[in-house]
Ligand binder design. Structure first.
Ligand SMILES: CC(C)[C@H](C(=O)O)[C@@H](O)C(=O)O
Ligand code: SF4
Length: 421
């Protein structure tokens, strides 16, 4: 019996040049391949063993984001290797520190992520590009090296989970709460190697920023990819890039789904993921009987580092000063976002409130630098992972939340919602 095709099947069919079904192993042409200073050095070593040329330098993007500005000699050398690889192989899309930022914000803002594209990244959060109707997926450095050499990569065609979104967000609820609510439903391995497709009338109300956050966290449920349909919101975002036509790929109405999840956004409250997995979710209000005191708040990352996220945090922070027992670290997603924050007064709001503002980098998110946690410390973070040791000491604990909650908690000194101010 013939059924229609999911988004994942359509993109992989198009790039493999044949019709595919879940479970098939295919070789597909890659439109864009991205690596960072965190992963390119390993891929480059593997690539040199092949001894050839990069097949399509114009399809390669290298971003200096994980450990920049270099924090030690090891990171300086990782950046140097990445830089030299870009020069040697004529890779024009090389984003230096100070001229880029976190890869998953840099690529969309540079007009490099388009609907229907097959994009790989040597970074697990490459699923972010589903916010633009692309099939983005993270790959290991060896696979990345193979793609550099050939322009192709193998894929097992995934099953698809359809997530139907209903209703509109309430005050102080944003993409992060939808991502966490979905994780609570699916759990951290509930979508392993499956593609997630968002649909439903609730999609129209979600900004690009919300969609980035939601797709970004697909990997926290194990998803191979996560995608939104291309609609007016997507077209508006892409309208500033005129170098390519928009060729949206949408699932067929009779596509077969492994699972359908319905999510009522209008019922959502501000959520928090407690240590040490992103699916350990509860409402912020559930913590009020035993307040969780915090030592550090981190606002940034590829999950919540956009100008909208910064505006949401600033709206709350303009109401007071950071609590004396709390350090607040604010990290814009890109250099351009940093510039916008300067132009529209946000830097001043953060600075006056007592925040330390860092350059656009992964920084504290991965326990790299500029905000590493000490023994027993508690951090509230807008990033995507709260694993043991993720942000520093293995005895530190990390909670995840949206920027409104992060900012409100920074003022109060314990985890709370803006409604509690
Ligand atoms: C360093 C890199 C391989 C890693 C990833 O792939 O996700 C990092 O970005 C992370 O968020 O843990
Ligand atoms: S911001 Fe954090 S999660 Fe995102 S790519 Fe960087 S280290 Fe990984």
């Amino acid at each position: 019996m013939m059924t229609g095709l999911t988004f994942a099947q359509k993109v992989l069919s198009k790039h493999a040049g044949r019709s595919v079904k879940p479970g098939d192993i295919v070789f597909a042409d890659i439109d864009l391949m991205m690596a960072t200073d965190g992963t390119l050095p390993i891929a480059a070593k593997q690539f040199e063993k092949f001894g050839g040329r990069v097949a399509h330098p114009e399809r390669v993007v290298l971003v200096q984001d994980h450990y920049v500005p270099a924090k030690d000699i090891v990171s300086a050398n990782a950046s140097r290797v990445t830089r030299e690889f870009a020069r040697k192989h004529g890779i024009a899309h090389h984003f230096e520190v100070g001229r880029g930022g976190i890869c998953h914000h840099v690529l969309p803002d540079a007009g490099l992520t388009f609907p229907g594209d097959l994009i790989i990244g040597a970074d697990s959060h490459t699923c972010t590009y589903g916010a633009f109707g692309a099939f983005g997926t993270g790959v290991g450095s060896t696979d990345f090296a193979y793609a550099l050499a050939t322009g192709k990569l193998w894929f097992r065609v995934p099953q698809t989970i359809k997530v139907v979104l209903h209703g509109r967000k309430g005050r102080y609820v944003q993409g992060k709460d939808i991502a966490l609510a979905l994780l609570a439903r699916l759990t951290i391995d509930g979508a392993t190697y499956e593609s997630i497709e968002f649909t439903g009338e609730g999609v129209a109300d979600l900004s690009i920023s919300d969609r980035i956050t939601i797709c970004n966290m697909g990997i926290e449920a194990g998803a191979k990819a996560a995608s939104f349909p291309v609609d007016d919101v997507t077209r508006e975002f892409l309208s500033k890039f005129s170098h390519r036509p928009i060729e949206a790929v949408h699932a067929d109405p009779d596509a077969h789904y492994a699972q359908v999840v319905e999510l009522d956004i209008s019922a959502l409250k501000c959520l928090v993921a407690r240590p040490s997995t992103p699916d350990n979710v509860c409402e912020v209000s559930a913590l009020s009987s035993q307040p969780v005191k915090i030592d550090q708040v981190f606002i940034g990352s590829c999950t919540n580092g956009r100008i909208e996220d910064m505006r949401q945090a600033a709206e709350i922070l303009s109401r007071g000063d950071v609590h004396p027992d709390v350090r607040l670290i604010v990290t814009p997603g890109t250099q351009d976002i940093f510039t916008q924050m300067a132009a529209n007064g946000l830097l001043e709001v953060f600075s006056r409130a007592g925040a330390a503002i860092t350059p656009a980098t992964c920084g504290a998110c991965v326990g790299g630098h500029m905000g590493i946690l000490g023994d027993g410390e508690v951090c509230l973070s807008t990033s995507n992972r709260n694993f043991v040791g993720r942000m520093g000491s293995s005895s530190a604990s990390v909670y995840l939340c949206n920027p409104y909650v992060a900012a409100a908690s920074a003022l109060k000194g314990y985890i709370c919602s803006p409604d509690d101010l």
